[in-house]
Design a binder for this molecule. Structure first.
Ligand SMILES: Cc1cc2nc3c(=O)[nH]c(=O)nc-3n(C[C@H](O)[C@H](O)[C@H](O)COP(=O)(O)O)c2cc1C
Length: 201
């Protein structure tokens, strides 16, 4: 049955709505439910988007991991605004989250890095993400070099690799409905509370 949204039945807290929808989607689409599109922009306003994996979220925000020296990392150094997007085709839903991004603490990044598989840890050292490289062989050589350098169980977190957290100032929840009369609800942070508005589709 179609999801019918109205202002009265929506939770006051957008994190709660995100949590409910995420659980629903994960139950039906276990393959990469955490895929999240993130849009950044340079200080001149030049945009770029890519997919990352959402690793955790709570009241403080939504966390993903990457190379801080990558293209997105450089954008976020210059311009902290970011928008995330989840498009869940099987549920005909979309969620957008706008906010400013901060690096998570080194201790948090260390904790997560330790949980990664050995070869993923090596991969973080081997790839200077977003830099131009000569050929694939170069990448493979880097991988082998770091495998020799750091045996399993002894891989430090690269200083240029870690988490970012987006602290939302707005969420938009979209549900596809018949005749393109879709439902859209915007939550905007207003000091500590959230105001909810319906948007035209
Ligand atoms: C399904 C999927 C998940 C991905 N997850 C991540 C991720 O969690 N972190 C990451 O840095 N790149 C991830 N990537 C690769 C990015 O999309 C992107 O190619 C890379 O981060 C470089 O982006 P940039 O040059 O804009 O910084 C993922 C790609 C796909 C298709």
């Amino acid at each position: 049955m179609d999801l019918i949204l109205n202002k009265k039945s929506l939770p006051a807290d957008p994190f709660k709505l995100f949590e409910d929808w995420y659980a629903e989607y994960s139950a039906t689409q276990p393959k990469e439910p955490s895929a999240m599109i993130v849009a950044t922009a340079s200080k001149e306003g030049k945009p770029s988007v890519r997919t990352v994996l959402l690793k955790s979220y709570d009241k403080n925000g939504f966390v993903f991991f990457t190379n801080y020296e990558s293209h997105k990392g450089q954008n976020l150094e210059e311009n902290k605004w970011m928008q995330s997007l989840f498009y869940w085709d099987s549920l005909a839903r979309q969620i957008r989250i706008l906010g400013k991004v901060e690096k998570i603490s080194s201790a948090e990044s260390d904790d997560y890095f330790l949980t990664r598989e050995y070869l993923s840890q090596i991969g973080a050292w081997a790839s200077a993400q977003s830099k131009k490289i000569q050929d694939r062989e170069f990448l493979v050589k880097q991988f082998e070099f770091f495998k020799k350098k750091y045996p399993e169980g002894h891989v430090p977190r690269p200083p240029h690799w870690g988490g970012f957290r987006i602290a939302p100032v707005s969420f938009e929840f979209w549900v596809g409905r018949e005749n393109r009369l879709h439902d859209r609800f915007l939550y905007e942070k207003n000091s500590e509370a959230w105001t909810i508005s319906r948007l035209a589709p």
